[in-house]
Design a binder for this molecule. Structure first.
Ligand code: ASP
Length: 326
């Protein structure tokens, strides 16, 4: 069984499903599927083709978690490498650590011979350049990049708000449950900003005994609520997968201030049941699922639950952070 995000996971789910049907491990199948999403330049929120940060650089976050050993591997704010999910996997395989960020992640990627490449594609370069010319003052442009960025960050625009990270959560024929994530995060983010995707327990968590959960959308919310770990813990404490996800939605209602928008929570249990809820979501918030015996993955709508009066921005609208309550 495998569940993946919306449009973003589409490039990889067929491969993941095939590997699982052939008896591959959930971790291998998830890594293989996410690599295809990372390589797809049309996916503008993952890997090559993703949106850049305020400096015009694409910074990538990714993670994997093996729910049988509870080992994880993650990288954050990684620049210049095409497949962060595989580098995260090698953190799990080769290091006595769970998370590497920035320069250390880059160093490790080079050391293991990971594939380097240019991540900033022409559409993203043009969009960033346009922002730079329209939003940055002449004085700031002269001193660039040695300028204060806090206000620029607060006013910045994510050109595809409402589109997603890719997440994969799945179970193999031997019942091992695993999770994987990969993203370029928010466009125009402050350099070094980590979202929930590399933060195990926030953006993903997997435990073969109880289930898995992974989130997309406003990572700031799932970090604050500890969403992925909470959902798996709620299942451990006896809730069904549906009850556990609803409880995590209740947790999010307590978030006051900060960046509030849409979060999609995806969860599975060891019996093959699942639940996907888009908090402050939109009708287009779908996910893909493939289960043993299915010929091909199918797309299903997430349940939408609004938790704020002014919920998520429209995906086509260029919304400013300050309009979201910052
Ligand atoms: N969750 C991701 C992040 O906060 C973004 C997304 O899924 O759209 O970096």
């Amino acid at each position: 069984m495998i569940i993946v995000t919306n449009n973003e996971g589409h490039a990889g789910i067929a491969t993941t499903a095939k590997l699982l049907a052939q008896g591959g491990t959930s971790l291998d199948a998830i890594e293989a599927g996410i690599r295809l999403v990372e390589a797809d330049e049309n996916v503008r929120t993952v890997g090559r083709g993703g949106w850049p940060n305020l400096l015009g650089e694409v910074e990538l976050d990714a993670s994997v978690m093996d729910g049988t050993t509870l080992r994880t591997g993650a990288v954050g704010a990684l620049k210049g490498f095409l497949h962060p999910v595989s580098i995260a996997r090698q953190v799990l395989e080769k290091l006595p650590h769970e998370l590497l960020a920035g320069e250390g992640a880059r160093r490790f990627a080079a050391e293991i011979g990971a594939e380097a490449g240019d991540l900033l594609m022409p559409h993203a370069r043009t969009a960033w350049q346009r922002w730079f010319e329209n939003e940055v003052t002449e004085g700031e442009r002269e001193r660039w990049p040695e300028v204060p960025m806090t206000d620029l960050c607060r006013r910045a625009i994510d050109p595809e708000i409402g589109r997603d990270t890719t997440i994969f959560i799945g179970q193999d024929k031997d019942d091992n449950i695993a999770a994987g994530t990969s993203t370029s995060g928010w466009g125009w983010k402050y350099p070094g900003r980590l979202g929930d995707s590399p933060i195990i327990g926030a953006g993903s968590y997997a435990d073969t005994r109880y289930g898995a959960c992974a989130c997309t959308g406003v990572g700031e919310m799932s970090i604050r609520a500890g969403t992925a770990r909470a959902v798996v813990l709620y299942m451990k404490m006896g809730m069904t997968v549906e009850e556990a996800v609803y409880e995590a939605v209740t947790d999010m209602r307590a978030l006051k201030g900060g960046l509030i928008g849409r979060v999609t929570i995806h969860a599975i249990d060891p019996a093959g049941r699942h639940k996907v809820v888009a908090v402050n979501g939109l009708p287009e918030n779908h996910y893909w699922i493939w289960q043993d015996g299915m010929e091909a993955p199918v797309s299903c709508p997430a349940e939408i639950i609004a938790i704020s009066e002014d919920p998520t921005p429209k995906p086509t609208a260029h919304r400013r952070y300050e309009q979201m309550g910052l």
